[in-house]
Design a binder for this molecule. Structure first.
Ligand code: NAD
Length: 494
């Protein structure tokens, strides 16, 4: 389909192939259904894309297996795998505005943010893993005098990757970057809500040097295509980012079929802890961004905000002012004046407002927000609740929207205890000018990704992932290279 953009940020026609990308070709599904793709800023349908089925996953697995055995995997030198990834990053960079426009259209992300975070992040991530492709080494081990032993880090083979809608292209890059750098053949299933940028990316795949079948896209619903990937006996590994509920289903499917390796990046209810010795102005700037950025649709969002009593009133007032200011700048994602876009879908919009209602019903004090903005699209006023208790749903459950709860604490020990009072453990954001306290609290909090005097910190070289029910395994950095390779040990009698 072709979409004509006539916006302040981007003008031009963009064509996207809406089929499945299997074996280096665009194909129609064997069976399946067309899926509506929406513009959440207006609620209108943009286009329909092909949704596949189990039979299409079978086809993609066959193509991936063939590619892995004959042309890809370790048959392509690391140098050449890296070169292809680097060229892919170059082409995205060359077309950055076009990719940003597609992402903003489909998700409602503010154009400037999407260009820097989503598209810029994708380019940087692919380049980072391009650099790794020829630096994957095993070890030699001096077992004893008559034996020579060494290890090889070999790709798994066929890898299924299932991603969510909150950072569509960037999540794809976190997955395909290390998987392709290490020589795995990939079957990517984007979220059915946001398939457009991944489809556009596929157009460049063959041109940059990935052999047919080394990268495939099977769009479709989670319950059909996603489940078929998780269950497939000839998929050697599955990597998933999404909700804890779906993560459980994937782990179960893998356990009951071929015991494939599983990496899970799941949900969170991450604490932000603001001590009274923090630089409050900076802390508020980061922490409000930590909950409201991307309309709260960030897995590591600091949604439980713990504030030490001496600065509680000041911080609450600052959060309220920021929430109001953001609401005033809500609107067309393509307008340079906009700072706050819509939730990604009607389902998410209803879900977020449902949590607001439950907060009110359970007796929390709604300080600001809690309502729809405008009368079209899925905009929600940035929202803060105070005077909450720990049994409330808005304190315990991941909302995945611009809704934060602010909670007063007295001591460091109390802050740590409250922060850890959750089944999740993805991230934590800590604000203090006392470096000993920062390190103490960072070590005491049960979470995989800690930001000190900043929020939602992401670096390609630094591992990202969760403790407790926020996941299994790590993405990014060297850790992801380990995640996409298995170690073979060879012992030779001499
Ligand atoms: P989701 O779990 O509903 O869907 C994620 C993906 O899984 C989609 O592609 C979906 O089609 C697919 N899926 C759904 N059911 C499936 C099944 N039975 N088998 C296989 N695949 C299935 O999550 P979502 O609503 O798209 O995303 C929001 C969630 O993702 C939030 O909980 C958020 O915290 C989490 N998330 C986590 C991270 C992280 O890195 N930890 C990053 C982004 C989002």
């Amino acid at each position: 389909f072709t979409y004509t953009f006539d916006t302040p940020s981007f003008k031009g026609d963009v064509t996207v192939n809406t089929g499945l990308f299997i074996g280096g070709e665009w194909v129609d599904p064997v069976e399946g259904e067309l899926i509506d793709v929406y513009n959440p800023a207006t609620g209108e349908v943009i286009t329909k894309v092909a949704g596949g089925s189990k039979a299409d996953v079978d086809r993609a697995v066959e193509a991936a297996k063939q590619a892995f055995k004959t042309k890809w995997g370790l048959k392509t030198a690391g140098r050449d795998r890296g070169r292809a990834l680097g060229r892919l990053a170059d082409l995205i960079e060359k077309n950055a505005d076009m990719f940003t426009a597609l992402e903003s259209l489909n998700t409602g992300k503010v154009f400037g943010n999407a260009k820097y975070v989503d598209i810029g992040g994708t380019i940087a991530c692919l380049r980072y893993y391009a650099g790794w492709a020829d630096k994957i080494h095993g070890k030699t081990i001096e077992a004893n005098e008559t034996k020579f032993a060494y290890t090889r880090h070999e790709p798994y083979g066929v890898v299924g990757q299932i991603i969510p809608w909150n950072f569509p292209l960037s999540m794809a890059s976190w997955k395909i970057g290390p998987a392709l750098a290490t020589g795995n053949a990939v079957i990517l299933k984007p979220s059915e809500i946001t398939p457009l940028t991944a489809l556009k990316l596929a157009e460049f795949i063959t041109e940059v040097g990935f052999p047919p079948g080394s990268f495939n896209i099977v769009n479709g619903y989670g319950s059909t295509v996603g489940q078929a990937i998780a269950e497939h006996a000839n998929i050697d590994k599955v990597a998933f980012t999404g909700s804890t509920l779906t993560g459980r289903k994937i782990l179960k499917a893998a356990a009951e079929t071929n015991l494939k390796d599983v990496t899970l990046e799941l949900g969170g209810k991450s604490p932000t802890i603001i001590f009274d010795d923090a630089n409050i102005e900076q802390a508020v700037k980061w922490a409000t961004n930590g909950i409201f950025f991307n309309m709260g649709q960030v897995c590591s969002a600091g949604s439980r905000i713990f504030v030490q009593e001496a600065v509680y009133d000041q911080v609450l007032a600052a959060f309220t002012a920021t929430a109001k200011a953001l609401a005033e700048k809500a609107g067309d994602p393509f307008s340079p004046a906009t700072q706050h876009g819509p939730q990604v879908s009607k389902v998410q919009f209803d879900r977020v407002l449902g949590y607001v209602e439950s907060g009110k019903e359970q007796g929390a004090r709604l300080v600001v927000g809690g309502e729809r903005l405008g009368d079209k699209g899925y905009f929600v006023h940035p929202t803060i609740f105070a005077d909450v208790s720990h049994e409330m749903k808005i304190v315990k459950e991941e909302i995945f929207g611009p809704v934060g709860v602010i909670i007063k604490f007295k001591t460091e020990e109390e802050a740590i205890e409250l922060a850890n009072n959750t089944v999740y453990g993805l991230a934590a954001h800590i604000f203090t000018e006392n470096s000993s306290r920062a390190i103490r609290v960072a070590h005491a909090v049960e979470a995989g990704s800690i930001s000190v005097n900043c929020a939602n910190a992401i670096e390609n070289g630094v591992p990202f992932g969760g403790y407790k029910q926020s996941g299994i395994g790590r993405e990014l950095g060297e850790y992801a290279i380990d995640t996409y390779t298995q170690v073979k040990a060879v012992q030779i009698n001499i």
